[in-house]
Design a protein around this ligand. Structure first.
Ligand SMILES: Nc1ncnc2c1ncn2[C@@H]1O[C@H](COP(=O)(O)OP(=O)(O)O)[C@@H](O)[C@H]1O
Ligand SMILES: [Mg+2]
Length: 314
């Protein structure tokens, strides 16, 4: 549905986006993840026709962002990084104003406003001035203006930036709901965010695509080793627990990470493709070592992200 081919953007001599290619399917919630300066905002501005690319092309619902920008804009809602709110306007007034700007026909303006107020939970602040709202509610108004013309594609640039934790949860929930019947692209430099909200993630760094996959697959593919933590008695008779663990096939390293009176915790590294938990339990128990806890550690998206961005540098 969205096709991006070799898209690049220079600001003077600064290359902000370099040869970006990817696809987005209908109904997907896609995340752009990357540190500041990665090119997320620039890419979004090109997809929403606010900025022409230096080279490459992109089509949205089959419409070219350069040649058919009116068609693209009709079908796309955009929340810019700094939402363009008129702080002295009242919420309802502002949304009706944006609806008119967006070319919603006169007889459908009030129903459009109603729809976006309902979708974004703005009923209770309909007559309030935007400037008097909390940042969380202002962000909802920003999202409401983006969906006022009921676009199929919603592009949200850092939708939760500057919000407090409660507001972040509310906005994420709102995005998840909006994503049920729309295609959404959102950007974030916060890892748990894309993990929770997005079905697929594109990792950008210095204008380049570093990886694209589901959060789960990224974790799986990039995991270099598996880490298991075991808490058990320090020894079984005359054999040290650490030696028992080190002798298990597939284990590449064992390190004691904590010690209590009767037990130690060990961090075990092993090949990524095998879960050794059962074997660890069997070995310890058969050696008469009391086992207190056994858990596998997930690699966080954060670890992966750092790994990718560092690999890219080398
Ligand atoms: N208007 C501009 N003029 C010159 N350079 C810019 C402009 N906007 C962004 N850049 C540069 O382009 C790069 C990508 O920026 P941006 O797309 O804003 O990244 P992100 O949104 O991921 O933080 C950065 O190096 C930034 O400094
Ligand atoms: Mg940005």
């Amino acid at each position: 549905m969205i096709q991006v081919e070799d898209l690049s953007k220079f600001y003077g001599s600064v290359q902000a986006v370099s040869g970006l290619s990817f696809e987005v399917k209908k109904g997907e919630v896609l995340g752009f993840l990357g540190p500041n300066g990665a090119g997320k905002t620039t890419t979004m501005k090109m997809l929403t026709c606010y900025l022409p690319p230096s080279s490459g092309r992109a089509t949205i619902f089959g419409f070219d962002i350069m040649k058919d920008s009116m068609e693209v804009r009709k079908r796309t809602g955009y929340l810019p990084e700094k939402s363009p709110l008129y702080t002295d306007m009242r919420v309802g007034e502002y949304l009706a104003f944006v609806a008119r700007l967006r070319g919603v026909p006169g007889d459908r303006i009030s129903s459009s406003v109603e729809m976006s107020v309902e979708a974004c939970g703005l009923g209770s602040v309909f007559v309030k001035s935007i400037g008097h709202l909390s940042k969380g509610f202002q962000q909802r108004v920003g999202i409401a203006q983006a969906i006022i013309h009921d676009p199929e594609l919603l592009i949200l640039d850092e939708p939760t930036i500057g919000l407090d934790p409660k507001q972040i949860i509310d906005i994420r929930r709102l995005i998840t709901n909006l994503g049920k019947d729309r295609t959404v692209i959102l950007s974030s430099h916060i890892l748990p965010e894309v993990n929770q909200v997005c079905g697929r993630v594109i990792i950008l760094d210095k204008g380049r695509l570093v990886a694209v996959d589901t959060p789960d697959n990224l974790r799986e593919k990039l995991r270099k080793f598996r880490v298991t933590f075991v808490t058990a008695a320090s020894s079984g008779g005359n054999v040290g627990t650490q030696d028992i663990l080190g002798g298990i096939g597939g284990v590449t390293g064992v390190r004691e990470t904590a010690r209590e009176k009767d037990a130690s915790t060990f961090r075990i590294e092993s090949a990524p493709d095998r879960d050794l938990r059962n074997e660890i339990a069997v070995r310890l128990v058969s050696a008469g070592v009391p086992l207190f806890e056994l858990r596998s550690e997930e690699m966080s998206l954060e670890d992966i992200f750092i790994q990718l961005v560092t690999e890219e540098k080398n």
